[in-house]
Write a protein that binds this ligand. Structure first.
Ligand SMILES: CC(C)(COP(=O)(O)OP(=O)(O)OC[C@H]1O[C@@H](n2cnc3c(N)ncnc32)[C@H](O)[C@@H]1OP(=O)(O)O)[C@@H](O)C(=O)NCCC(=O)NCCS
Length: 207
């Protein structure tokens, strides 16, 4: 399923006011973001990159970078969090999520990061909420992610946001956080989600 046209991507953007009072935008990654996104990942601390990708890496391999900018391909979506810094739109965070089906249950699995300089401003918590909204617009009823058991920076906002925790199948170093969501299309609390839902963007029938 590729529900979004590239020339249409900006319509699925959300403006979020975060705890610190700052306003950030969450929008789908565009092909022209490739360089900025790579610079963003390179600028993360070693620790943040390790936590994000669950292993050591300096940058996104070219093939993965290409995957990041192909929004909707193979039911995978990437968003960037941007804010105006010195008058320039600057990437301060990102998330990638994938729609999957287990029988009748549609779920979204995601990973995310926030620029180290902007962590602990409430942006991660706001992004988490926005991802739930985007998940609802795709018809998902479950949102989940895996993170290192030691990663308090992800575990705390997830716990505060109502996620439940369990062991990640097959990897004792990880913990899975998950949350069931049930939102009617008209009640989806973000502009991007209401737009997608009103256009009838629906997940394909499970095989
Ligand atoms: C996880 C992450 C996205 C959280 O983003 P954030 O914008 O800092 O999150 P918030 O500001 O909403 O933080 C919420 C709470 O998490 C906890 N927290 C955040 N960073 C923390 C840290 N480094 N150590 C311990 N607790 C931390 C705090 O309790 C914080 O609330 P407080 O500031 O009121 O004390 C960010 O730390 C990050 O990008 N980490 C690297 C990548 C990663 O770990 N991704 C998750 C796996 S996919």
């Amino acid at each position: 399923m590729t529900p979004f046209r590239f020339d249409d991507l900006r319509q699925h953007s959300d403006l979020l006011r975060v705890r610190s009072g700052a306003q950030v935008s969450v929008r789908f990654v565009e092909p022209s973001d490739a360089g900025g996104l790579q610079d963003y990942f390179r600028s993360l601390t070693v620790r943040s990159r390790y936590n994000r990708f669950l292993g050591a890496t300096n940058a996104l391999p070219p093939s993965l970078l290409q995957d990041f900018i192909r929004v909707g391909e193979a039911d995978r979506f990437s968003v960037v969090v941007t804010m105006a810094v010195n008058g320039h739109e600057t990437i301060v965070g990102e998330a990638r999520y994938a729609l999957d089906f287990d029988g009748d249950l549609a779920s979204i699995e995601f990973g995310m990061s926030i620029d180290d300089r902007w962590q602990r401003h409430g942006i991660g918590t706001a992004l988490l909420k926005n991802l739930e909204c985007r998940a609802a617009s795709l018809g998902a009823e479950l949102v989940f992610g895996d993170t290192l058991r030691t990663n308090d920076a992800m575990i705390t906002p997830a716990r505060r946001s109502g996620y439940a925790f369990s062991a990640t199948p097959g990897d004792w170093k990880l913990v899975r956080f998950r949350k069931h969501i049930q939102v009617e299309p008209q009640d989806i609390p973000c502009a991007s989600g209401r737009l997608a839902a009103s256009r009838g963007v629906q997940p394909p029938l499970a095989a």
